[in-house]
Design a protein around this ligand. Structure first.
Ligand code: BG6
Length: 488
């Protein structure tokens, strides 16, 4: 396929929040950095009765409101000259014929195309079907790719159906399912940390690791998305995608090379090896919580049982990880926005120092701070100077900002967008991977409505989840750890 052809990025749902907040700032930032291929056009496709100037004004407003730091008047003017708009209803077939014609007119010759579905999920199937019906996915001299946002399905059956609809029109190699956590620099760095170094890999297994903890805490509430969220809940919104993706990066075997198939093959194997949660073990292996004011939000059902917090204990049944618990937790309205991975190593097997008998040595911790304070800490024991035999935990620290400069790390969308344009799907989720993730989440959702389910526990806004989450760890004689900063 000819990569030097002009490129058209068609944004479906162009008037929406995602376009304004994330997508356009990411495209513009790459444009300013000179990283976009020459001759890129952006075409918005949505229902609003706009002309291209209205659309440009809408994007400008988004840039100023959400991405003021990357805005630059002069660059914006030249960028704007490549921005166009086609009005259309995403579920009306005839409007795709109009879009197709408008694209052909604009391109006036062969051009590669990236269709970006930044729409509400109910438009995914109509959009794909109409693209197919209008032969807009056919690749002759130019490539055609499609980017799909999460949520990818609501459960395994709907995800499978969506995959079938997609595969009837596009080849898997044309499909880019976005999980923006994979575009975060710190998530990508996990692979470099593990596989560009030799010192940690020999320790990265059941012989040395006592447990792994993944926390993705958010300080925001469900805000204006309450209607969507009440149907979704934290397992579908955060675990099925972001947390399970992080789990795969932590637990996967080293792929032979960094290409989309090798990386994704290894990730799928991890998901396939996760021991299922069933009604028989759901009470011991999950916690579900809801913040106290959640039900007051407009759009939330009275007496809603939707979890805004969850903690899971997962086991990966393979040689490397047998017997090592992975604790995953995520929730809304917690004290801070903070994502962290903790690798807790085993304690030294024998205490040779003259400690009182009840005193144990602390285990070493490796903390990977995904956001904020992006960096890595290694916590170990040191002798307190001028003591006879006292020890204290100290940290060896790496911060992205002190090692690589003060500027903000690029937004996840910047990298993902460039990868999709370059045809590199390594950081996108493959169809079997997404289905495997649903295979893990569906039984938990099902078990949560059985009599064996753990009770829905309530927590105050601004706390680290319900008290049951601490009891859950205490039962295993463990505690939630945090080294990055704000957590406990
Ligand atoms: C989204 C979820 O996928 O991720 C949101 O739908 C959540 O509910 C968001 O707030 C968190 O992303 P980030 O990058 O802000 O941690």
């Amino acid at each position: 396929m000819n990569n030097s052809l002009p490129i058209t990025i068609v944004i479906f749902g162009a008037s929406g929040d995602l376009t304004e907040r994330k997508l356009i700032p990411a495209i513009f930032s790459q444009y300013r950095k000179g990283r976009l291929p020459a001759h890129v056009r952006i075409v918005g496709f949505a229902r609003r009765p706009w002309n291209p100037d209205d659309f440009r004004a809408h994007l400008l407003h988004g840039m100023q409101a959400y991405a003021a730091e990357t805005y630059d008047e002069q660059a914006w003017q030249s960028f704007g000259a490549n921005v166009f708009y086609v009005r259309g209803d995403l579920s009306t077939g005839a409007d795709y014929a109009t879009l197709h014609q408008a694209l052909n007119d604009l391109e006036s010759g062969p051009a590669n195309r990236l269709y970006y579905l930044a729409t509400a999920p109910e438009y995914y199937i109509p959009a794909v079907t109409h693209l197919g019906a209008n032969q807009m996915a056919d690749e002759d001299e130019a490539w055609r790719r499609i980017v799909i946002e999460k949520p990818f399905g609501h459960d395994l059956a709907s995800a499978k159906h969506l995959n079938e609809v997609l595969h009837a029109v596009f080849q898997e190699s044309q499909v880019y399912r976005i999980d923006h956590y994979l575009g975060k620099e710190t998530a990508q760095n996990l692979l470099f940390f593990r596989f560009a170094n030799t010192i940690f890999e020999p320790l990265w297994n059941r012989n040395y690791i006592y447990n792994v903890q993944v926390t993705v805490a958010e300080s925001v509430d469900v805000g204006h998305r309450a209607g969507y969220y009440d149907e979704t809940g934290v397992l579908r919104d955060m675990f099925q995608n972001h947390l399970l993706q992080l789990l795969t990066l932590i637990a996967m075997e080293p792929p032979a090379s960094f290409n989309a198939d090798s990386v994704r093959n290894e990730k799928v194997k991890v998901l396939a090896a996760v021991r299922p949660i069933t009604p028989a073990n759901v009470a011991g292996r999950t916690v579900r919580g809801q913040y106290r004011t959640y039900r007051d939000a407009p759009g939330v059902a009275r007496g809603s049982q939707t979890a805004t917090y969850a903690a899971l204990q997962l086991y990966i049944d393979n040689w490397r990880w047998q017997g090592v618990p992975f604790y995953l937790r995520s929730g809304k309205v917690m004290p801070a926005k903070m994502s962290e991975i903790i690798i807790q190593f085993r304690r030294p097997p024998h205490v040779m120092f003259n400690f009182p008998p009840e005193r144990l040595l602390h285990s070493n911790l490796l903390s990977i701070c995904l956001q904020p304070n992006e960096g890595i800490h290694l916590r170990f024991e040191a002798k307190v100077p001028d003591s006879v035999q006292d020890t204290r935990s100290v940290d060896m620290e790496f911060y992205f900002r002190s090692s690589f400069g003060d500027g903000p790390l690029p937004d996840a969308y910047e990298r993902l967008l460039l990868d999709a344009l370059a045809g590199d799907a390594s950081l996108f989720t493959r169809s079997d991977e997404i289905e495997q993730a649903w295979r893990l989440i569906d039984p938990i959702m099902a078990a949560w409505v059985t009599p064996q389910a753990p009770p829905l526990s309530f927590y105050e806004a601004g706390t680290w989840g319900p008290p049951e989450a601490d009891m859950f760890m205490a039962r295993d004689e463990r505690v939630w750890r945090s080294v990055c900063g704000a957590g406990k």
